[in-house]
Design a protein around this ligand. Structure first.
Ligand code: TMP
Length: 208
């Protein structure tokens, strides 16, 4: 595949989505073909799976069920949207991907990073990102940002305990050690313009 697959990762309220939109505009203005998408979701079937996973009523959902649903949404999204775009040589910027499952389900939910990796290897059949940018933020600052955002609906995962969100960050830190070549960290406590600047520096250096 000729394209570039870039994923953005981080705890809640790290600013990935806002930064991603600015990055897309930036690279389009530089004449690149860019696709922006998100997980879980990005296409009809995966958005439907997202509704099930994140619905606030589904508090009885088992951890393994949750992990399998994220992997299923990921599979369909890859096949329908990400892989075709990469085959056309486009840059795909995806808000969350496999590392979210490893940090949230594998580590924070306690299913085991290796167990969750295994089901995801089946789902993605080798289509790993070329580059992953990790938005590093104190989880408390991230949570206070999302609580202040009135337009944002609180989903089932947002409502998890503070300990869960703290473990998500610990999980990501383990992944930074496990995949030092692929995952690069930026300081997401800064202003949005500074965050975008850091992302651009990494993308240009690593890939373009
Ligand atoms: P979002 O709010 O960033 O769109 O993501 C939805 C929620 O789903 C967020 O709390 C992170 C969580 N998530 C996982 O737990 N595992 C995953 O594999 C993905 C993609 C997201």
């Amino acid at each position: 595949m000729n394209g570039l697959f870039i994923t953005l990762e981080g705890a809640e309220g790290a600013g990935k989505t806002t930064a991603a939109k600015k990055l897309v505009d930036l690279y389009i203005s530089l004449g690149k073909q860019v696709v922006f998408t998100r997980e879980p979701g990005g296409i009809e079937i995966s958005e439907q799976i997202r509704e099930i996973i994140l619905c606030n009523n589904n508090t009885s959902m088992d951890g393994r069920t949750e992990a399998l649903l994220y992997a299923a949404a990921r599979r369909q999204h890859l096949v329908e949207k990400v892989i075709p775009a990469l085959e056309q040589g486009k840059i795909v910027i995806c808000d969350r991907f496999i590392d979210s499952s490893l940090a949230y389900q594998g580590y924070a939910r306690g299913l085991g990073i290796d167990n969750v990796l295994k089901i995801n290897e089946f789902a993605i059949s080798g289509c790993m990102p070329n580059l992953t940018i990790y938005f590093d933020i104190d989880y408390k600052i991230g949570l206070s940002r999302i609580n202040k955002d009135n337009k944002r609906e609180q989903n089932r995962l947002d409502l998890e305990s503070e300990i869960f969100h703290k473990s998500v960050v610990e999980g990501y830190n383990l992944l930074l050690d496990k995949y030092p070549n692929r995952i690069k960290k930026i300081d997401a406590n800064m202003s949005i313009d500074k965050v975008v600047e850091q992302c651009r520096f990494i993308i240009d250096k690593e890939l373009l």
